[in-house]
Design a protein. Structure first.
Length: 440
């Protein structure tokens, strides 16, 4: 075995250690360069961003309403009798004057016949009274003629009785005859006046008889119960054979004119104070469109207008009744339906809107993502209000200069750097907002 210098061995050991360190360093350099190359090749998540749309948007109010017929005519029998027939189809359209029911007409026909007979009797009595007037007039003429003759005799005999040409007896007879004839004239005139009074009484009796006949004919006509309006006739309440007309509340059916149709809805007293100018200003009222949301969630095709604002605030509920009017040409709406009414009641100036797809909703809370100047994403809770088309109106938590993530919301997390691209926003049509929770 050869002797090895310890100093040389120590030097060789140091050389080996240094070599290993160089190898480790080289490996570290290689690994580091590979890692850096991998990191350099990592791409940022692309997202589409846009600033909120800033515009004036309508603010709406919503109420619960009930449809009411334009005319709800309750059909009653105006005469008492037994219901004989039904002449309409329940639920069908009827016109003014269409026959709905018939009440037994026989008792009323008998009254008409009796009234007719009374009128004929009165007419005959009037004819007789007028004949009596003519006879009395003729009697007056005869009495006056006789009195004129005796009056002339008295005037002629008066000078002759003095010279004895006419005896005193003849003169006295002439005077008596004249007095008798004067009495006959007075009696004839009295008879004539009596005859005139009889004529007036007969004429009055005729008017009474005619009135009775008209009343009887009217009641006879009421046995045919007709529709007073155009509309839809409801289900009958009375049955054939029922005694009807004995009570004002004895309803036969109801006919509702429903084109147009009313929708009544209550508003609170405070809301009335806030909106009174809107409701009472004629120009504003003509421009207020009411929108009707049907029970199935669909929006009625036609817009309505405010028709009447109620007279008083009901003390029991603290509400005031408002009535709107809607066209109903297809008879889609029927009285008694519950529906929602909404209308634009004010305008929110410079509101901020973002597309609905940029907003996430979880348990009633709304969240969206914004990208800052360093292109780092951050999620932010916001307060969403109404929906306008495919946009949300954001009331709180957003400024006009924020860049909102429109697409790629699910691919990012808070604090992550992203690669923002300009988003193409959907078109915005301002009008009545969509109902919360309904499809855009």
């Amino acid at each position: 075995m050869l002797f090895q210098n310890p100093y040389v061995a120590l030097a060789n050991r140091h050389l080996r250690i240094l070599g290993r360190l160089e190898i480790v360093a080289a490996c570290a350099i290689v690994v580091g360069s590979v890692g850096c190359a991998h990191k350099a090749k990592t791409r940022l998540t692309e997202v589409e961003v846009a600033k909120p749309v800033r515009t004036d948007v309508p603010i709406y109010s919503e109420w619960i309403g009930t449809t009411v017929g334009y005319i709800d005519a309750q059909i009653h029998s105006k005469v008492t009798g037994y219901l004989l027939a039904q002449d309409y189809k329940e639920g069908s359209l009827v016109k003014t004057g269409d026959l709905l029911f018939e009440v037994d007409p026989r008792p009323f026909q008998a009254v008409v016949d009796q009234a007719n007979a009374q009128l004929n009797v009165a007419s005959a009595e009037l004819t007789q009274a007028r004949a009596d007037v003519d006879a009395a007039r003729a009697e007056i003429d005869r009495a006056e003629a006789a009195q004129v003759k005796t009056q002339l005799d008295v005037q002629r005999y008066a000078p002759l009785v003095k010279d004895g040409t006419v005896s005193q007896q003849e003169f006295d007879d002439a005077v008596q005859s004249n007095l008798a004839n004067q009495a006959s004239v007075v009696a004839a005139k009295g008879k004539y006046n009596h005859a005139l009074a009889a004529v007036k009484a007969a004429e009055a009796q005729i008017e009474v008889a005619r009135g009775s006949l008209q009343g009887a004919q009217l009641n006879l006509g009421f046995t045919k119960v007709k529709s007073p309006v155009n509309g839809i006739a409801g289900i009958r309440v009375a049955n054939i054979g029922d005694l009807v007309g004995t009570d004002q509340k004895a309803l036969l059916t109801t006919v509702s004119q429903i084109d147009p149709i009313y929708v009544q809805f209550p508003i609170s007293g405070q809301e009335y104070l806030d909106l009174r100018k809107l409701f009472f200003a004629e120009a504003a009222r003509q421009g207020v469109d009411l929108e009707l949301i049907l029970p199935d969630g669909t929006v009625y095709d036609h817009k309505g207008k405010i028709d009447i604002v109620g007279r008083e605030v009901e003390s029991s509920t603290g509400t005031l009744r408002i009535r709107g009017i809607f066209p109903n040409s297809g008879n889609i709406l029927r009285p008694g339906q519950y529906s929602r009414i909404r209308a634009t009641t004010s305008i929110e100036k410079d509101a901020l809107l973002v597309p609905q797809r940029a907003v996430e909703e979880l348990q009633g809370e709304y969240e969206l993502a914004v990208v800052d100047a360093d292109n780092r994403a951050a999620f932010r809770k916001v307060k969403a209000a109404n929906r306008i088309g495919s946009y949300w109106v954001i009331e709180q938590g957003l400024s006009a200069d924020d860049r909102v993530v429109i697409e790629g919301l699910q691919k990012i997390k808070t604090g992550e750097r992203v690669d923002p691209k300009d988003a193409k926003l959907p078109s915005l049509t301002l009008g009545l907002p969509d109902l919360p929770g309904s499809a855009p």
